[in-house]
Structures are given as C-alpha cells and as structure tokens.
Design a protein around this ligand. Structure first.
Ligand code: NAD
Length: 259
C-alpha cells in the first residue's frame, strides 16, 4: 500500500464465508486496499488461515474473526453486535456465503431444496437486515451480494448433476439486490451483486477438471475459454465497494468470462 492510499482505505468491511475460496480472496483484496476486516465463517480453522494471509501483508490492519452460522438469526445478531462493538461501524458488507446442490429435480428432496435456499438467501437476508439498520442511520454503506451465472441456469450442472434450487436461489439474490437497493437508495447505501461464472477454488477445482472435456463443460461454455480465479471476483467486489462505484446501485455484474 506504500505510496498511494488504498481504494477502500479506512473502511470497515464484514465478509461472510471468508474462510475459503472466493470469500477469502475478497477479504484479502479489501485488506490490501486499506479496509479493516471482520471475517465470518463456520470454519474456525479456515478463518485463522485467512487472518494469517491478511496479517502477512505489510500495512494491513489485523482482522477480527467471528465464527458463526449466518443462517441462524440470533448468531447473526450477535456477530453484528460484536463487530460494531469492536469497530463502531460497518461500511461494507459482502454476503459471500452460499452454494449447495439439490440434485436433479426428480430426485431432489424438500430438505435439499430448503438447505440451498437457506444457505444462499436466508443468510443474505439476515446479514443485510442487520447491516441496513446501521448503514441507514449513518446514511452511507455498501452491500455486495454473491449471485452466480447459475441465476439463468448452469449448462454443465444441469446436464450432469442438476442444481435448480441453486439457480432459483441465485436468481433470488438478483431480485433481492434490486429490491433492497431501491429501499436503501435514499439513505446513501448502495446494494449490488456480482454473478461469477465458473471460479476455481479448493472446492470446485476437482469437479471442473472432471467435466471440462464434456460438450457442455465449463471451459467450452465460457467465451473467454478459461475458468476464473477468486481474484477475478474479488476485484469486481473491490470496485463495487470503492468510491469509483458511487453512482451504481441495484445491479448484478457478471464476472463470467462472457458467459
Ligand atoms: N466457485 C464458483 O465457481 C462460484 C460461481 C458462482 C458463484 N459462487 C458463489 O460465490 C460464493 C463463494 O463460493 P466459493 O466457491 O468460494 O464457496 P466455498 O464453498 O469455497 O466457500 C464458502 C464458505 O462459506 C462457509 N460457510 C458455509 N456455510 C456457512 C454458514 N452457514 N455460515 C457461515 N459460513 C458458512 C464455508 O465454511 C466456506 O468457508 C457462494 O455464494 C457461491 O454460491 C461461486
């Protein structure tokens, strides 16, 4: 950071799902650009590693790590109280927690369906509600949600394993983002989403490699002909969190290699 101010210098950013994958990259990127981080996940060990990665970079503030299940209403209330207790404010919320699969529609159970909706939508609702109360009072703030290319269906998943609940949830994130953006606009709070295409993480990498040779494999179905990396998404989130995106709200930005 030496020589220039960070793009989110002095801001406090709370990132859920920060123990792995895209959430970890988002937390690291925001920290590199000057934000103080509150990192949240159910995976305590993973948070320790993310905290280490953030702390290893010169000039980064130490992060506050909170182990919590963000689908649990009282846990979410407690984690926001802890974050606000330590920092006094939250300027940026990134709702990264999500994922899950329901399988093909003729095999999907109601429990699988509910789990996916809960993980992607209820988590975003609970965290956004807490952040919105605070940001509205301060008349500023940034909320960034994780949608997905799957909001319009994912060819490789649809052909080979099925994930209509995930597609429904990520389409839901798009509508939720737009609706909350309209509610919060008059309070100076912007709400946007990013919609990643296939992004290689510890979790997704092996699965993508198994199907990449197939007709509807993720590389063939992506015009830029590569699988994305977590920093592709982190850079888009950083942009939406920065002052450069002051006049952007209610939008879902694809980060999907043209898909
Ligand atoms: N990887 C991709 O290709 C891709 C593509 C499009 C969208 N996305 C979306 O991006 C986001 C991150 O994806 P990823 O691939 O990095 O996921 P990941 O599974 O690698 O990481 C998700 C993190 O969330 C945590 N988590 C899970 N349930 C939780 C809960 N109830 N409370 C708190 N933490 C919880 C996990 O422990 C993990 O650290 C998700 O919303 C996902 O749907 C991913």
């Amino acid at each position: 950071m030496a020589g220039r101010p960070g793009r989110v210098a002095g801001k406090v950013a709370l990132v859920t799902g920060a123990a792995a994958g895209i959430g970890r990259a988002i937390a690291r990127r925001l920290a590199e650009e000057g934000a103080s981080l509150v990192i949240v996940d159910i995976d305590e060990q993973g948070l320790v590693e993310t905290g280490r990665l953030i702390g290893a970079a010169d000039g980064n503030a130490p992060s506050q790590a909170i182990t919590a299940d963000v689908t649990d209403e009282s846990a979410v209330k407690a984690l926001f109280a802890a974050a606000l207790g330590q920092h006094g404010r939250i300027d940026i919320l990134v709702n990264d927690v999500g994922g899950g699969t329901s399988g093909r529609i003729w095999e999907a159970t109601a429990e699988d369906w509910d789990h996916v909706i809960r993980l992607n939508l209820r988590s975003a609702f609970l965290c956004t509600r807490e952040a919105a109360a605070h940001m509205r009072a301060h008349r500023s703030g940034r909320i960034i949600n994780l949608s997905s290319g799957a909001r319009e269906g994912t060819p490789w998943a649809a052909y080979y394993s099925g994930n209509s609940a995930y597609s429904a949830a990520k389409a839901g994130i798009h509508g939720f983002t737009r609706g909350v953006a309209l509610e919060l606009a008059e309070y100076g709070v912007t709400v946007n989403a990013v919609a990643p295409g296939p992004i290689e993480t510890e979790r997704t990498g092996p699965g993508f490699r198994k199907i990449e040779h197939l007709e509807y494999g993720p590389i063939r179905a992506t015009p830029l002909r590569r699988i994305g990396v977590p920093d592709d998404v982190a850079n888009a989130v950083l942009y939406l969190a920065s002052d450069e995106a002051n006049y952007i709200t209610g939008t879902t930005l694809p980060v999907a290699g043209g898909r």
